[in-house]
Design a protein around this ligand. Structure first.
Ligand code: PHE
Length: 318
């Protein structure tokens, strides 16, 4: 029997033999049933035989299992050192990255992010921003008007109106979104992105022009990760008074980077805020321009083409 067990080469055959010995009708089972009738010597002998057989089965079983495992390891392994097919790993789009960076900086300064509809009504895009229909400033922006009198938002300033209307004051927010104007060249796209900051609080909080300039400086210097030469020029926007334009020195050129100013009393009034009690500042800029400067890209239109070859070669690595 011992020899027979050793010569078995599959686990199935071993199981079969085992059943024929130790199963219900097995040969050893039958012998064991008779044990009580046996003389002590014969009993001891049978016990030994029983134990030896069980051991032999166990040993052969583990030998066969090991062999099966080795066989499996030999045929089913995965070579982790093999080259795989090259996979294209996506990167974050330069505009998204810019938005994330600017958003992080503004949030660290206490501004809360807001969005608003891209199709705006006249009130939020113009009238509430102190730009009534006869106002010449409407011509400053070549707007896309819809037949029903609505307009594709020309500026994220519309979001500050919505924020003040629904949240009230004091408020420290920034609006983010796409804006639309009829213009198209290397530095202008008919669709572009703007970010707008607004901070309004009680008059005795003393939010001043210097807070505005300091906020802009912190924002730009953290974004570009270096000290910047900044120039403040007087300007005009219907919704701020006084209004300024902010330039930064880039190489040997001055670049216009954003518009800003103290929120016009009429704008506060239009949002149900008493300008004798509250004052504040607002600033707005195109994030495309910031992205172009930071990442050294020179054609704004490419941002929106979705051309993967350009994205790959834009030198941008998230
Ligand atoms: N809305 C202005 C623009 O689109 C920018 C701006 C925002 C200016 C807020 C002043 C205050 O040009």
């Amino acid at each position: 029997m011992q020899e027979q067990i050793k010569n078995i080469n599959t686990l199935e055959e071993l199981q079969e033999l085992y059943t024929s010995v130790f199963g219900k009708n097995g040969t050893m089972t039958a012998k064991l049933k008779e044990m009580s009738k046996m003389a002590p010597d014969a009993r001891a002998k049978l016990n030994k035989e029983n134990a030896a057989l069980r051991d032999a089965f166990k040993i052969r079983q583990s030998e066969l299992e090991t062999a099966a495992l080795n066989q499996k390891l030999k045929t089913e392994y995965v070579d982790v050192t093999l080259d795989t097919e090259p996979k294209n790993r996506g990167t974050i789009h330069p505009l998204t990255e810019t938005l994330l960076q600017v958003g992080t900086i503004l949030e660290s300064l206490g501004f809360e992010m807001w969005t608003g509809p891209e199709i705006e009504d006249d009130w939020h895009n113009f009238t509430a921003l102190n730009t009534p229909s006869y106002h010449p400033a409407r011509d400053m922006q070549d707007s896309f008007f819809l037949d029903n009198g609505n307009v594709l938002r020309t500026q994220t300033s519309a979001i500050q109106i919505r924020a003040m209307e629904t949240h009230g004051v004091p408020i420290k927010m920034f609006g983010v979104g796409r804006t639309y104007r009829k213009e198209m060249d290397a530095t202008h796209s008919p669709m572009f992105g703007q970010i707008e900051g607004l901070y309004v609080d009680k008059i005795d909080t003393h939010i001043t022009m210097s807070d505005l300039v300091a906020t802009i400086r912190v924002l730009l210097e953290r974004f570009f990760e270096r000290k910047l030469e900044m120039r403040i020029r007087p300007s005009y926007f219907p919704f701020t008074e006084p209004s300024i334009e902010v330039d930064i020195k880039w190489g040997d050129k001055w670049l216009e980077i954003m518009g800003a100013g103290m929120v016009h009393p009429n704008v506060l009034r239009n949002c149900g805020v008493n300008p004798d009690e509250f004052q504040g500042f607002a600033f707005g800029f195109g994030w495309d321009r910031l992205a172009m400067l930071k990442f050294g890209l020179n054609d704004i239109r490419q941002f929106y083409d979705g051309d993967v070859r350009w994205l790959k070669n834009s030198g941008f690595d998230a």
